[in-house]
Design a binder for this molecule. Structure first.
Ligand code: C2E
Ligand code: CA
Length: 340
């Protein structure tokens, strides 16, 4: 059966060349076998194959096959429960937007902040790594992203009014948002609605999927640029993007994935990879943010390579707004990020 799945995946994953563009199709397969894992009728068999297929999808990357296990049914139940809660949630009372600083490591100054969503569910904190992928498979991601943008702009305006600080805020969007025409209208209306300079908002779209190879996503990103927003490609180095077409639609920032940094201190290959990415992105006049920097050792290597900006626990974890104000404005006397 595994050989059969591999053959199906191999036949579908071949790149399709159309109209000068390359398309990749992903496959997610679920396998359930009659007589195994307690499956003893046709209805359960189909349901089990479906659950296993969703499990393949949930693993995040395409081209996977998964054999059904009883415990997956529990996972699906939990995901359904999270989705139901999200659909009825009062965002204002349950969500918090935290901010993580992105630093210039030479001047030791904040250059931007990334807004990262937190969900306090009673006594539990549900991590975004759990609920965002569930929300992304449903319409609720649209409401979530709007909430995040409105909250971030409100917070940044407050910093501007009360502390005379102008921060650039970087916010995550899902590919589903980008293809949604209503979301584009929402972005268009934000500047006038909030009387806020949208060139202080950077929109992060992950590279960790093949979406960036899609012509309509790239044209949407161009529209976003035309509206005046900045655009960043997140988790760079783990997906399929070519630097050349990132340049074509004027991406501002590349965020180099933490996975490439984790072994920087003991893998010469990873070191070469990161340093070549930095050289190439410099040649294309892109600014880079290195994500997930946790130690001084990593920082020193990256500085020696001439990296631009750093984000990671070495400097600070994501924090609530009041902590950002205390640490980086009141104590740090930081004057803002409008100079980058
Ligand atoms: P991301 O966009 O790649 O965000 C970076 C994640 O890495 C954050 O996790 C951050 O806390 C964590 N991180 C930063 N520096 C370090 C480090 O030095 N070490 C380690 N171990 N981790 C570090 P977080 O906040 O749990 O967010 C996880 C993911 O959830 C984000 O990954 C993003 O994909 C998604 N997410 C968070 N907030 C939003 C949102 O408002 N909208 C959307 N669409 N996705 C969001
Ligand atoms: Ca991000």
């Amino acid at each position: 059966m595994s050989e059969f799945c591999k053959k199906i995946i191999a036949s579908i994953e071949k790149a399709i060349f159309y109209n000068g563009l390359i398309f990749y199709l992903g496959t997610s397969i679920g396998v359930a076998i009659y007589g195994e894992e307690g499956i003893d009728n046709i209805d359960d068999l189909i349901k089990a194959a479906d659950i296993a297929m969703y499990q393949s999808k949930y693993k995040g990357s395409s081209n996977k096959y998964t054999y059904f296990k009883r415990e997956y049914a529990k996972v699906i139940e939990e995901q359904t429960e999270i989705l139901q809660k999200l659909e009825q949630l009062d965002f204002d009372s349950s969500f918090r937007l935290h901010y993580q600083v992105i630093m210039d490591p030479y001047l030791e100054e904040v250059v931007k902040v990334e807004g990262l969503l937190r969900w306090q569910d009673g006594d539990d904190m549900i991590p975004p790594g759990i609920f965002i992928p569930i929300a992304e498979k449903n319409d609720v991601i649209e409401d979530i992203t709007r909430w995040v943008f409105q909250r971030a702009i409100r917070d940044m305006k407050m910093l501007n009014t009360f502390y005379d600080v102008e921060f650039i805020v970087s916010l995550n969007v899902s590919p589903k948002n980008i293809i949604d025409p209503d979301f584009m209208d929402f972005l268009k209306g934000l500047e006038s609605r909030y009387d806020f300079d949208v060139s202080n908002v950077e929109i992060e779209l992950t590279e960790n999927s093949s979406v960036l190879s899609l012509a309509h996503i790239r044209s949407r990103l161009m529209q976003i640029k035309t509206m005046g927003y900045r655009v960043a490609i997140d988790d760079f180095g783990t997906g399929y993007s070519s630097l050349q077409y990132l340049k074509e639609f004027s991406v501002d920032t590349l965020k180099i994935a933490k996975e490439l940094i984790d072994n920087l201190t003991n893998s010469k290959d990873d070191e070469k990879m990161v340093s070549s990415l930095l050289v190439l992105s410099k040649a294309l006049s892109l600014k880079t943010v290195i994500e997930g920097v946790e130690s001084k050792e990593q920082l020193d290597i990256l500085k020696a390579m001439g990296c631009d900006y750093i984000q990671g626990y070495y400097y600070a974890k994501p924090m609530p707004l009041d902590e950002l104000i205390d640490e980086y404005i009141v104590k740090g006397g930081h004057g803002g990020t409008s100079n980058i």
